[in-house]
Ligand binder design. Structure first.
Ligand code: SAH
Length: 220
């Protein structure tokens, strides 16, 4: 069976109940969500839970976000198709793949090599050619490909990393959860020249962003 035809009714149901019913209506986004096989990105054996309204463990203490949060962050990036995008926190690769379907070019950085490798393999197998997964500390961004029209940080930050603001294009937006280790505010930072307009969207819970401009890595 072709990958994307499996679980297609579960996907339609997910989009209707979790995404459209909560007010997201962009048709490119909804169509991408109806196509992208989320069950390919979860742990083996968890496929039947892939379209539930909740985050799931993906191993290494990390999670694939709740579908609505992934869709909301994508929607806040306001992609039209020609953008250069950076994601920090590849995890399963689902968010990166979704961005790949909606933008021109996506770089996604993950600090855990096993997750980065697994995500890149799934994305390549699905035939999404414009997403590149890199292993490393994403709190310093990826200057080689900057500036970015959108930056999505999908782990909770103690504060907004200056290095990431520096890598936004004029008019570009960063979507980032900022707060404590246990709860954050989802924020949008939009660049206008050298000024930034900041907006709080809603409270969220993400795993911590660990690294140079994130939380310190615990050694205990
Ligand atoms: N976007 C993911 C979910 C992210 S979970 C998805 O669609 O599945 C957050 C991920 O951020 C975890 O995999 C974690 O290892 C990673 N992470 C945490 N700090 C990081 C850093 N400094 N650089 C890159 N990745 C980081």
């Amino acid at each position: 069976m072709e990958i994307s035809t499996q679980y297609s009714s579960e996907r339609d149901e997910m989009v209707l109940r979790q995404i459209e019913n909560r007010g997201l209506s962009n048709s490119r986004l909804l169509n991408a969500l109806r196509w992208l096989p989320r069950h390919e990105f979860v742990k083996q054996g968890d496929e039947k839970y892939a379209y539930k309204d909740e985050p799931l463990s993906i191993g290494f203490g990390q999670t694939i976000s709740q579908p609505y949060i992934t869709a909301l962050m994508t929607s806040l990036a306001a992609l039209e198709g020609n953008e250069n995008v950076l994601e920090v926190g590849t995890g399963s690769g689902y968010q990166a793949a979704l961005l790949g379907l909606l933008a021109r070019k996506v770089i996604s950085i993950e600090r855990i090599p096993e997750l980065a490798d697994r995500a890149q393999k799934v994305i390549s197998r699905l035939g999404i050619p414009n997403v590149k997964v890199i292993t490393g500390d994403g709190t310093t961004g990826w200057p080689e490909n900057a500036p970015y029209d959108a930056i999505l940080v999908t782990a909770g930050a103690p504060s907004v990393p200056q290095a990431l603001l520096d890598q936004l294009s004029d008019g570009g937006r960063m979507i980032i959860p900022v707060g404590s280790r246990s709860v954050q505010n989802l924020q949008v930072w939009q660049r206008n020249g050298n000024r930034f307009n900041e907006e709080n969207i809603l409270p969220v819970v993400f795993v911590p962003l660990l690294g140079k401009y994130g939380w310190q890595i615990r050694t205990d």
